[in-house]
Design a protein around this ligand. Structure first.
Ligand SMILES: [Zn+2]
Length: 74
């Protein structure tokens, strides 16, 4: 997968038809190397609805849009 800088992601995301498509894209980008929980560093988890990742170890739920501060509207 190509590497994008933040601004390029923003420009790309603007081209997507709706928030759902944006989240799908961001989830794919964010977890392209697999999920790692930001709270406990576990890599055991699964994707839930609305492109959120649920950590099996600490039950933290990570949104696909977290970590992309320029996407505050999502
Ligand atoms: Zn965790």
């Amino acid at each position: 997968m190509e590497q994008f800088e933040g601004k390029n992601i923003l420009n790309f995301v603007k081209e997507l038809p709706n928030d759902d498509a944006c989240k799908a894209y961001l989830a794919k980008y964010k977890w392209q190397d697999g999920f790692v929980c930001p709270k406990c560093c576990s890599n055991r988890g699964c994707m839930k609805k609305d492109y959120k990742y649920h950590c099996y170890s600490c039950h933290h739920v990570e949104s696909a849009t977290v970590g992309f501060p320029f996407l505050g509207h999502l």
